[in-house]
Design a protein around this ligand. Structure first.
Ligand code: G4P
Length: 199
């Protein structure tokens, strides 16, 4: 998605060989026009999949997931990382280990919001090692739903999450695929394939 790639080039900050900071539009500040375009793009890519619910995880997945659900005309549900005061009966939980943060979170949804017969589209901001997506797949499957696709705003193709999910047979659609962040430089997957070098 050109608009997103351009935004990453303009505002993304490479913090290390493996971490890209995009706080200005995705992880802290949120650009509503860009989120609108992202929602439109995911909705276009998955419109023939009879999706009934969009599922994400707090916090940075919420903006792109909400715009996608709005465009598809279906509800959005976000998994919580901490149990809320009002969550009680029928809680479905899964454990997610973050290699980046070296911590484990128990994520949860109420069984009220995703049920047998639902076709779920998982949306998240970043795909690194795939642990968050695997946790969301587990929640959806425990609820009796089917995962019909996974939409990722920024996939770090040099980490193994994408491969793990695709090998399991899931359709993963990423709007920007980072081939490398080495030496402070952003290289997209298609540039690496075409041999283009942005210095
Ligand atoms: P994984 O789910 O693919 O295994 O990813 P990982 O555990 O490595 O990521 C943990 C958190 O760090 C997630 O956010 C993820 O979105 C984020 N993350 C991973 N790599 C990058 C990166 O290169 N840049 C940025 N900006 N974030 C990255 P989170 O803890 O759930 O945060 P939030 O959703 O509450 O903002």
């Amino acid at each position: 998605m050109k608009l997103l790639q351009q935004k990453i080039r303009e505002e993304g900050v490479v913090l290390s060989d493996s971490v890209l900071k995009v706080d200005s539009f995705l992880n802290h500040g949120v650009d509503p026009q860009l989120m609108d375009a992202i929602g439109e793009e995911f909705s276009k890519r998955f419109k023939d999949q009879s999706i009934t619910k969009v599922l994400t995880i707090e916090s940075s997945g919420i903006a792109p997931a909400l715009m996608t659900s709005l465009k598809l005309g279906i509800p959005m549900v976000f998994a919580r990382k901490k149990k809320s005061l009002t969550q009680s009966d029928g809680l479905i939980t899964s454990k997610v280990y973050s290699f980046t943060k070296r911590e484990e979170n128990t994520i949860s949804i109420s069984s009220q919001y995703i049920q047998t017969g639902d076709r779920v589209l998982i949306i998240d901001d970043f795909l690194a090692n795939g642990q968050a997506a695997l946790g969301l797949i587990d929640l959806a499957e425990q609820a009796g739903a089917e995962v019909a696709g996974i939409g990722i705003v920024i996939e770090k193709s040099f980490q193994d999450g994408g491969e793990i999910l695709r090998q399991k047979g899931f359709r993963v659609e990423s709007l920007a695929e980072l081939h490398s962040l080495k030496n402070g430089r952003i290289t997209y997957k298609e540039e690496a394939t075409a041999g283009v070098n942005h210095s």
